[in-house]
Design a protein around this ligand. Structure first.
Ligand code: 5GP
Length: 139
């Protein structure tokens, strides 16, 4: 069963499309957190960021890079929060990679990206060193 976003790409579900090219696609979120809230997706379905092939990841970033200023300018925003909910535990509801571009305005009452996690961990120097080494060895 294609995801709801694939159905949008295929024109089976209507959406306010703001950009499309060979590999990427962007449209307004149906439940905007702010005017101009835009979703940028790869045309093909990949559930998580780590499933996206390198070439498509490059295209996806190019489209995000192009749309962030377009979205901000269109709604006269002061800034934007640009983020992926990457996996269910992080709040991803649609299993088709999508980048949220949420326009932000001075005094809009929203929080920074730091507000998304739960309780912050109290990590010692050794633990931090260990975590950094684990990541470095996989990067
Ligand atoms: P997630 O929680 O997966 O990161 O975000 C999914 C987003 O998709 C939500 O912000 C939701 O409002 C948006 N969305 C869900 N269904 C539709 C739809 O049919 N059309 C559009 N334009 N956006 C949708």
């Amino acid at each position: 069963m294609p995801t709801i976003f694939s159905q949008i790409v295929d024109g089976e579900i209507p959406a306010r499309v703001v950009y499309e090219d060979e590999t990427t696609f962007a449209f307004l979120d149906a439940n905007p957190l702010a005017p101009g809230h835009t979703l940028v997706i790869p045309r093909e379905e990949y559930e998580r960021l780590n499933d996206v092939p390198d070439e498509v990841a490059t295209d996806l970033y190019e489209t995000i890079h192009r749309l962030v200023p377009a979205v901000e300018d269109a709604v006269d925003a002061d800034a934007s929060t640009v983020a992926f909910n990457n996996g269910e535990a992080a709040g991803q509801e649609v299993p088709h990679v999508h980048c949220h571009i949420v326009p932000r305005f001075d005094g809009d009452g929203g929080g920074p990206i730091h507000a998304v996690a739960g309780e912050t961990p109290d990590l010692g120097e050794d633990e931090l060193d260990g975590i950094a080494a684990e990541i470095e060895s996989r990067a």
